[in-house]
Write a protein that binds this ligand. Structure first.
Ligand code: AVJ
Length: 324
């Protein structure tokens, strides 16, 4: 049993995380934007777990179905000893993979990586109990920090995985940079498993991001509460409304916080005072919807060769396994 379940990837993590440069930049440009990473304080991570269980939010359950169905096959093809997950959250879906690897490997390591320390620690402690034969060690940090850390701490055959369509938060340029970094970090023979949400009718997508219980609205608004405690802000969340629309040109859900009344907001720790006009919106997230074949092709162009792809009966969600 590992005594210390978490490694903080950056010793100045707390301070660095709190520099808020990107908040200043995002709130002083037109249109205003905020990074989706600000959704995930401990409360936001719990709200996201609730989203995953909503009847309208099909991605989690669809991906979990694919993973449960094909985990043994994935384990058999890859047969690697180190499993690394970017943005692991609660690691709930990952258990299908851990169960499959535990059956075939005598020594296996799982490294979940997340920015949310609370949920990471809880899930590592639970998984250590449930999978005594797998060495489990959490890494607390951003994707960028994780990839740098992994490059200099190479052990042996690896599978890196990035599930839940978190890739959808990146615009095309960020996505390109990310895939380059992944390809560069992995060694020849290593595997990369990617889960992506696929294009589908607008009404299904919009329902998934406008659930009837208002959990997604609370998740979106929580970003402002997070900024309030983190940067001594005075956002009044009652002056903003959640909005999620599907942009059919760019194939992406766009989530906004729509300002209901003109007012000023101060973020004291950032020395920032910002005016919000009535009707103005903050873009808090894009969630791109992909085409499986196009994505596989894009990965091939980064030396990430497709080994196999899987989907569900409806073709709503896809998994791509590739090898460097
Ligand atoms: C975690 C980025 C995959 O885009 O569906 C869920 C986040 N936002 N509901 C997504 C999210 C609103 C989620 N990702």
């Amino acid at each position: 049993m590992i005594a210390q379940p978490l490694t903080v990837l950056d010793h100045h993590y707390q301070e660095l995380r709190d520099d808020g440069e990107d908040v200043i930049k995002g709130l002083t440009q037109i249109p205003k934007t905020l990074s989706p990473k600000y959704f995930y304080d401990d409360h936001g991570s719990l709200l996201f777990e609730k989203i995953c269980e909503l009847p309208e939010y099909y991605p989690t359950r669809t991906e979990a179905w694919i993973l449960n169905e094909y985990a043994d096959e994935i384990a058999k093809i890859t047969n690697c000893c180190e499993l690394i997950e970017l943005g692991s959250g609660s690691s709930t879906k990952t258990q299908a993979l851990l169960t499959a690897y535990q059956k075939i490997a005598d020594s296996c390591r799982y490294l979940p990586i997340d920015v949310s320390g609370g949920i990471l620690k809880t899930s590592v402690l639970q998984l250590q109990k449930k999978y005594p034969d797998i060495a489990i060690h959490g890494l607390l940090g951003t994707y960028e920090q994780a990839l740098v850390h992994l490059e200099s701490n190479y052990l042996q055959s690896r599978m890196l995985f990035f599930l839940g369509s978190s890739l959808g938060n990146f615009n095309p340029e960020e996505c390109d940079n990310f895939l380059n970094q992944v390809s560069h970090t992995l060694q020849p023979g290593d595997f990369f498993l990617l889960g992506i949400d696929l294009q589908k009718p607008k009404d299904i997508l919009e329902a998934a991001y406008n659930d009837s219980q208002g959990v997604t609205a609370a998740f979106n608004l929580n970003m402002l509460s997070h900024l309030n405690w983190r940067f001594q802000g005075n956002f009044d969340i009652n002056l903003f409304r959640h909005q999620a629309v599907y942009n059919q040109i760019d194939n992406q859900i766009e989530m906004y916080l729509h300002c209901q009344k003109s007012h000023w907001v101060t973020l004291a720790a950032l020395d920032l005072k910002v005016f919000f006009a009535e009707g103005e919106s903050i873009l808090t997230e894009i969630s791109r919807k992909f085409n499986l074949a196009t994505m596989a092709k894009q990965m091939e162009s980064k030396e990430l060769k497709t080994v196999k792809t899987w989907t569900d009966e409806k073709g709503w969600f896809g998994l791509i396994l590739c090898q460097v």
